[in-house]
Design a protein around this ligand. Structure first.
Ligand SMILES: [Zn+2]
Length: 287
């Protein structure tokens, strides 16, 4: 049975893979003569599986692989796609670790955006950054679907909190909150029914969800800017009791492996804290 789940006429996702492996959510968009795979998963096996599933489901060949960003849970299935064409932002490719080469690949790279059009179907790719220096999204306006990669991570993964470590490979940087906020503004102007995050549940109330994210990031921005103005060092700053953080704590407290969950949560909160502190204090390169 297909693991693919229908999102709209031309869009599917495979959410299951992420619970059975360390993979991201995988997706596919079909135009009339071919389809485009969204991210390659965390292993060759997952990548091969995705191609098979998409070709069975849509009954057209997969022509492109779109990589939302460089992280290994999104790129490690890439070899399955090496005879196809890779779509990615130039910054995504520039930010790959040295061990990852796309030398012999056919590639369509873009700085800001790329549009793929077939008949009356248009698919847009935009570079936004934020989570990773090369992070990009795919927007399919005709069916109002946005594949946002790891700009969004929703429950039950990571307690629904953003992951803001590993923005850049070399020199290492933490996440860029201003790029997140600019991306949210861009998404607010899109006509959306569904946002597919990098991990977690698919978002079916996009406008409300975006508003919550904007409020959360702006509250963190104000909080860290005040702390920095008061001359506080990173270690002196305690996290503000914002709703998403309180909810994450509650969730961690209720998990079976409570101490592991709390340690895991602490680790992620630390990346958020460092990202905001580093960015707004001008220490963007320190990790
Ligand atoms: Zn990911």
């Amino acid at each position: 049975m297909s693991k693919l789940e229908r999102i709209s006429d031309h869009v599917v996702v495979d959410k299951e893979t992420q619970y059975g492996s360390r993979s991201c959510i995988l997706g596919g968009i079909s135009l009339s003569k071919y389809s485009i795979a969204i991210d390659s998963g965390d292993s060759l096996e997952v990548g091969i599986g995705l191609i098979k599933e998409l070709e069975t489901y849509f009954k057209v060949p997969v022509k492109y692989l779109f990589l939302t960003h460089t992280h290994n849970d999104h790129r490690n299935g890439r070899e399955a796609f090496k005879d196809l064409t890779l779509i990615a932002s130039q910054k995504c490719i520039d930010n790959m670790p040295k061990s990852v080469s796309f030398n012999k690949w056919k590639m369509e790279l873009f700085d800001q955006e790329l549009i793929v059009q077939e008949d009356n179907l248009t698919l847009e790719f935009h570079h936004v950054g934020g989570h990773s220096v090369g992070s990009s999204i795919a927007y399919f306006p005709v069916e109002k679907v946005l594949f946002a990669g790891d700009l969004f991570i929703t429950n039950p993964v990571n307690f629904g909190l953003p992951f803001m470590g590993f923005y850049q490979n070399k020199p290492k940087r933490t996440g860029n909150p201003e790029e997140y906020l600019a991306a949210f503004d861009k998404f607010k102007k899109m006509n959306l029914d569904v946002i597919v995050p990098g991990h977690g549940k698919v978002i079916l109330n996009p406008q409300e969800y975006l508003d919550e994210q904007i409020t959360f990031y702006n509250a963190l921005k104000d909080f860290f800017n005040s702390a920095i103005e008061e001359g506080k060092g990173l270690d002196e700053i305690k996290f503000p009791r914002l709703e998403p953080i309180e909810a994450a704590h509650k969730d961690a407290e209720s998990r079976k492996q409570r101490s592991n969950a709390l340690r895991f949560l602490d680790n992620y909160l630390n990346w958020i804290k460092r990202s905001f502190y580093n960015y707004y204090s001008g220490k963007f390169f320190e990790i």
